[in-house]
Design a binder for this molecule. Structure first.
Ligand SMILES: *Cc1c(COP(=O)(O)O)cnc(C)c1O
Length: 384
C-alpha cells in the first residue's frame, strides 16, 4: 500500500490498499469465470486453469488474512467445517490426533463419528490443561494437536505457546481454531501454531450473510500444498460472491471486534453482579479460570463472546431467552447483531455444556440497551 509499514487495522480497512490497475477502482471486481483460456503453446501462463482450484476473487481476502495473522499463505473455503476437516483429511488412517473435549460442537461430532470411522485415533482432552495435552501426545504417533481458544461455549482458554512446544517436540503440528479470538486479539502463529483456522462465517465476515471458512499456514510447504489439493479435489472452495462479501466484511473487522470486546467486558462485569445470574464465563474477568492464560496471548480485549449461567437452572435459562426483545434467539456468532442461545438444547444429549447456560454473542448495538433487555427478560422469567 505505502512504503511505510502500517498497522494491521489499516491493512484490513483498505484490503491491502488494492487499486485496479486498469480502471483505478478501489474495490476489487467479482470474477465469475469457471475456466481460463489456454495459451497457444498449450500452457496456462496466467497460473489459472479451472475454478475448482481457486478464483481471482479470493486473492484479496486471502492476502489480507495472511497478513493479519502473520502467516505465509491463506486459503478460503466453502465453510469453517470444510476448512477444519481438510486439516484432518490431510492425515492418514492410523494417525493419532489430540483434540479438545470442549470445542465447536459440529466439529466434535465429525471427529467422533466420520474421522474415527475413517481410522484416525482421536483423543479428546481437557485442552485448558497443558499437562493433559502433554500426557496425551505420543511422540512419533501424534500428527496433529488441535486447539480452540477461547473455546465454545465455556470460553476455556488454551495456552498456545505451551501446546506448540509439546506438539513440535513430539513431531506433530499444532492447529488453532481462532474463530472467536480473531487476528485482532490473538495471532496464533506468533505463539508457534502451524495452522490457524477460522469460521469466516463469524467475525471475519461479521454480517451473518455468508457461510465461509479459512486456513492460514505459517509456511508454504508440502503440507500446505496437500491442503490446497484437498480443497481443489473436494471442491470445498468459496463461491465468488461470498468471497467478495467476505472481503467487504473484513474491512471493518477491527472496529467491529474492538466495539464488541468493550461491550462484552461491560456486560460480563454487570451480569457478574446480577441477582439472577449464578456465574459469568468470560476470559476478561479476573475470576475466570483461564484469565491468566488469556492475558498472555490476547491483546486489545478478550472477545465478544460470553456465557451466563442462570440461577434456577435450565427452565429459567430457556424462559429468559424466550423473553428477550433486542437480542435475537439464533445460533452462530460474530455478527453485528447480538445473539442469544440456549446451547445445551442445540447440542443435545452428551453435551459438556451446562444446562443453565445461555451463550451471548455481543454485536455492535449500544451495550446499555443489551443489558437492559436481558435484565428485563431475566426478571420476567423469574416472576412467571
Ligand atoms: C461456526 C464455527 C465453526 C464452523 O464454521 P462454519 O462456517 O459454520 O462451517 C468452527 N469453529 C467455531 C469456533 C465456530 O464458531
Amino acid at each position: 500500500m505505502t512504503g511505510k509499514k502500517v498497522a494491521a487495522a489499516s491493512l484490513a480497512a483498505q484490503a491491502m490498499g488494492w487499486i485496479d490497475p486498469v480502471t483505478k477502482a478501489v474495490v476489487p471486481p467479482i470474477h465469475m469465470a469457471s475456466t481460463y483460456q489456454r495459451d497457444e503453446d498449450n500452457g496456462y501462463r496466467s497460473g489459472r486453469i479451472y475454478a475448482r482450484a481457486d478464483n481471482p476473487t479470493f486473492d484479496q481476502a486471502e492476502a489480507t488474512l495472511a497478513a493479519l495473522e502473520g502467516g505465509a499463505k491463506a486459503m478460503v473455503f466453502s465453510s469453517g467445517m470444510s476448512a477444519a476437516t481438510a486439516c484432518f483429511l490431510a492425515l492418514a488412517p492410523g494417525d493419532h490426533v489430540v483434540v479438545p473435549k470442549v470445542m465447536y460442537w459440529s466439529l466434535r461430532n465429525w471427529l467422533a463419528t466420520f474421522a474415527t470411522q475413517w481410522g484416525l485415533a482421536v483423543e479428546f482432552v481437557d485442552a485448558a490443561s497443558t499437562d493433559a495435552i502433554a500426557a496425551a501426545v505420543q511422540p512419533g504417533k501424534t500428527k496433529l494437536v488441535w486447539l480452540e481458544t477461547p473455546a465454545n461455549p465455556t470460553w476455556a482458554v488454551s495456552d498456545i505457546a505451551a501446546a506448540a512446544q509439546i506438539a513440535h517436540a513430539a513431531g506433530a503440528l499444532l492447529a488453532v481454531d481462532s474463530t472467536v479470538a480473531t487476528p485482532v486479539l490473538t495471532r496464533p502463529i506468533e505463539h508457534g501454531a502451524d495452522i490457524v483456522m477460522h469460521s469466516a462465517t463469524k467475525y471475519l465476515n461479521g454480517h451473518s450473510d455468508i457461510i465461509a471458512g479459512a486456513l492460514v499456514g505459517a509456511r508454504e510447504d508440502a503440507h500446505w500444498a496437500k491442503l490446497r489439493a484437498i480443497r481443489a479435489q473436494l471442491g470445498t472452495i468459496l463461491g465468488q460472491t461470498e468471497a467478495w462479501l467476505l472481503m467487504r466484511g473484513m474491512r471493518t473487522l477491527f472496529p467491529r471486534v474492538q466495539w464488541a470486546c468493550r461491550s462484552a467486558e461491560a456486560l460480563a462485569q454487570k451480569f457478574a453482579a446480577h441477582p439472577m445470574i449464578e456465574q459469568v464465563l468470560y476470559p476478561g474477568l479476573p475470576s475466570f479460570a483461564g484469565h491468566e492464560a488469556a492475558r498472555k496471548q490476547m491483546s486489545g480485549g478478550f472477545g465478544g463472546m460470553l456465557s451466563v449461567r442462570v440461577k434456577g437452572g435450565e427452565g429459567l435459562a430457556i424462559a429468559a431467552a424466550a423473553r428477550v426483545e433486542l437480542w435475537k434467539r439464533a445460533t452462530s456468532l460474530g455478527g453485528v447483531e447480538s445473539l442469544i442461545e440456549h446451547r445445551a438444547s442445540i447440542e443435545g444429549p452428551g453435551t459438556p455444556c451446562p444446562p443453565d447456560l445461555l451463550r451471548l454473542s455481543v454485536g455492535v448495538e449500544d451495550s446499555g440497551d443489551l443489558y437492559d433487555d436481558l435484565d428485563q427478560a431475566l426478571r420476567r422469567a423469574h416472576n412467571s
